[in-house]
Every structure is written in structure tokens, then in C-alpha cells.
Design a protein around this ligand. Structure first.
Ligand code: GAR
Length: 189
């Protein structure tokens, strides 16, 4: 059984979708949700779904080693960043080579990098008058949004779209594709 940890910072709708997808999987299990925000709604979702959670602060993530120790203690095999807004420290990236994936709400390499997350991305895409956006699922390396891409899907932007309606379109693509792509990567481990 491969053990998966999800990292999330906010609402956690992707985390919930992934937990539900793997609920009856006989080869993979979502063991825990790691969260850097004590008030994030993802924690309520995890509780409702019966998945343990672990809240950590900046020092515990970047300096004290508490988070990596917990990953080791739980024998986590694979990490999914699902709406996680902090850069992953090198120690964790080195401990999980090609075993961390992220979803980005745009077509990387466009609209990626520091400061480009969540609604900021959709604001920028709409402001630039783009005709399409989408999702990128990629491996995580030491640079924001630069790891090798695993999968992209596109959606069309109409003149009526706002950052909020674009976010809905992008979320729909995320729910459709992210769990399946995770499953495919896990099968190759
Ligand atoms: C998702 O759209 C995800 O792609 C994005 O945050 C949203 C989280 O939604 N991630 C990033 O911007 C990472 N740089 P959720 O909390 O409802 O899953």
C-alpha cells in the first residue's frame, strides 16, 4: 500500500476530491493532510472525511524538521500539493525525488513563479486578455512551478469571464484530471 500525504493551505476542494477518489483504492491510501494555516477549511473537510491532519508553522516546516520527521514516521511514499502556497524546503524535496507533485491553476510556464498562486493567477490571466487558460500538473523541484510537467489541460476564456468564473472553469479541470494523474504516477513508483 502506497501512503500519500496531501499538503493544502486553504479551502481544500482538491484535497477532498482526491481523498474521495482514493477512498476505495486497494493500492494507495491518503494517510494525512498537512496544513500550514490553523483556520483553513481543508482541516474541516479532512475531519469530516476521517483523514488525520497535521498543522505546522513556518519554523516547523523550514527549520526544526518536525514536518519531515512526521513524513518519515508515517512512512509517507508520495506527496501531493493541492492548493499549498509555501515553497517546499530542499530537505523534503531531496527526501522525495520525483515523489512530489503540484497542481498549478494556469498553463505553465506562463503565470507561474513567486506570488502567482490561487486567485492572483486568474486576476493576472484576465487582466492580460488571454483567450485560454488551464491547469498544469508537475513534479516539484527547488524552484517555484519549474518541475517537469506531467499533464496540462486547457479551457477557453470568453469576454464575459471574470477571475471568479475562470477559477470555476479551472477547478472543474482540476477535479476531472488531478486524481487520475496522481494515480498514474503512483502506479509507476
Ligand atoms: C487550486 O486552483 C490550485 O490549482 C491552486 O490553488 C487552488 C486551491 O483550491 N494552487 C496554486 O495556486 C499553487 N500555486 P482548493 O483549496 O479548493 O483545492
Amino acid at each position: 500500500m502506497k501512503k500519500v500525504a496531501i499538503f493544502a493551505s486553504g479551502s481544500g476542494s482538491n484535497a477532498e476530491n482526491i481523498i474521495n477518489y482514493f477512498e476505495n483504492d486497494t493500492e494507495n491510501v491518503v494517510k494525512i493532510v498537512f496544513c500550514n494555516k490553523p483556520n483553513a477549511y481543508v482541516l474541516e473537510r479532512a475531519k469530516r472525511l476521517g483523514v488525520p491532519s497535521f498543522v505546522f508553522n513556518r519554523d516547523e516546516f523550514y527549520h526544526s524538521g518536525l514536518v519531515i520527521n512526521e513524513l518519515r514516521r508515517l512512512e509517507i511514499d508520495f506527496i501531493v500539493l493541492a492548493g499549498f502556497m509555501w515553497k517546499v524546503p530542499d530537505a523534503i524535496i531531496e527526501a522525495y525525488p520525483d515523489r512530489i507533485v503540484n497542481i498549478h491553476p494556469a498553463l505553465l510556464p506562463s503565470y507561474g513563479g513567486k506570488g502567482m498562486y490561487g486567485m492572483h493567477v486568474h486576476d493576472a490571466v484576465i487582466a492580460a486578455g488571454e483567450k485560454e487558460s488551464g491547469i498544469t500538473i508537475h513534479y516539484v523541484n527547488g524552484h517555484y512551478d519549474e518541475g517537469a510537467a506531467l499533464f496540462q489541460a486547457k479551457c477557453t476564456i470568453t469576454p464575459e469571464d471574470t477571475p471568479d468564473t475562470l477559477a470555476e472553469k479551472v477547478h472543474a479541470l482540476e477535479y476531472e484530471h488531478f486524481p487520475r494523474v496522481i494515480k498514474e504516477v503512483l502506479e509507476k513508483l
